[in-house]
Design a protein around this ligand. Structure first.
Ligand code: AQP
Length: 345
């Protein structure tokens, strides 16, 4: 795509989202939310943070529970530091322009591009014939979520890197095929940073920490109280060796590497600093130190979450206000795409 225009000169905007498929956890926080807040507080960005309920229905779900799951995710965003007066917080399904642009992008993306997406393979499992079509085109809707705001930057965890590449491919293809030499859409940059970009399960260092893991002990939820956090860290899977003195010694020790990475992400220290302090010591010494750090860091978030979630009227007000603001930015972009693609009216 050498003739793709890359000279996009629109405003610097940030968009990201999470699925309301369960309680948000430490992986969601360290991989994404922490960076959402940093970008918001930087002040140079116009930030849009949505709860992606349209993505949540790509897998079996309970319709009766979905509205509260959206409120819960919004409360977790706010408890983590996303400020509804500085950032736009909303439910994806409340802004129809996402779906409108997604259809156009479904006709821009190529089947072969989607067939390479590893998340579909992971989530569809062995019986992909029975997976929803929505699960297959999930990354196309994600591209529409981003580009309907012409977002230039997307803070996400490492697992989303492939989807962000697809988003760039869709933007480039649209620009090339329909842009008449103009960069209609930006080639969005992922913001993937820090030792928390890939937090692994506490029960299996080879799997990522996930909302949908059947074991609650595999993750630290953002509403876990201090005792629960300490208990989960105490029960975390480890190997029998003491911690090494240097990072090289963490190779082939996924559980040890994960716990040291979490400690690093929570304290801002490097893994090397942590191993200089704890190298040679067993997990009997390291786990209580990690639990103390985790409780100190996360207790204010979980306290604030539990306070916010009791006031659903206020959460609904924030979500309605956010949807209005988001729609005001998104609909003109969807209308521009409609016109460019040649739709009537
Ligand atoms: N373990 C993780 N480490 C770092 N970042 C993570 N993210 C998720 N898990 C980790 C980041 O959180 C954001 C929201 O993800 P999502 O809600 O869209 O769904 P997901 O990536 O599929 O997360 P889960 O927890 O695994 O949800 P389920 O179980 O519903 O599939 C993204 O930025 C993601 O990178």
């Amino acid at each position: 795509m050498s003739d793709t225009p890359t000279d996009y000169s629109g405003p610097q905007r940030v968009l990201s989202g999470m699925q309301p498929t369960g309680q948000l956890h430490l992986g969601n926080y360290l991989g994404a939310l922490k960076n959402w807040v940093a970008l918001q507080d930087d002040g140079a960005w116009d930030c849009f943070y949505c709860v992606v309920d349209m993505h949540a229905i790509t897998m079996p779900h309970d319709p009766a529970k979905l509205p509260d799951a959206v409120r819960s995710a919004a409360a977790a965003y706010i408890a983590s530091g996303v400020d509804p007066e500085k950032s736009t917080i909303f439910a994806q399904s409340a802004v129809p322009a996402h779906a409108e642009l997604a259809w156009i992008f479904n006709c821009v993306a190529r089947l072969g591009w989607l067939e390479r997406m590893t998340q579909f393979k992971d989530k569809a499992g062995k019986d992909k014939e029975r997976a929803s079509v929505g699960l297959f085109t999930y990354p196309v809707l994600q591209a529409a979520d981003i580009l309907v705001y012409k977002a230039t930057h997307v803070p996400v965890g490492e697992d989303q890197k492939q989807h962000l590449e697809l988003c760039r491919d869709i933007a480039a293809r649209f620009n090339r095929d329909y842009g008449k030499g103009e960069a209609v859409f930006p080639l969005t940059e992922p913001v993937i940073q820090g030792p928390g970009a890939r937090v692994m399960s506490l029960r299996d260092g080879a799997s990522k920490m996930s909302k949908s893991d059947v074991s609650d002990n595999s993750r630290i939820n953002l509403d876990d109280d201090a005792d629960t956090i300490a208990r989960k860290i105490k029960k975390a899977k480890t190997d029998p060796e003491p911690l090494p003195d240097s990072e090289d010694g963490l190779a082939d020790r996924p559980e040890a590497s994960n716990l040291v990475g979490i400690y690093a992400a929570l304290t801002g220290k490097t893994k090397a600093d942590i191993l200089a302090e704890f190298g040679g010591q067993g997990f009997g010494a390291f786990k209580p130190a990690l639990a103390e750090v985790a409780v100190e860091y996360l207790a204010p978030i979980s306290d604030e979450y539990r306070r916010l979630i009791t006031d659903t009227t206020e959460i609904d007000r924030i979500l309605r206000q956010g949807a209005e603001r988001a729609q005001a930015v998104a609909q003109p972009v969807a209308d521009e795409a409609r016109k460019i693609i040649g739709f009537w009216g």
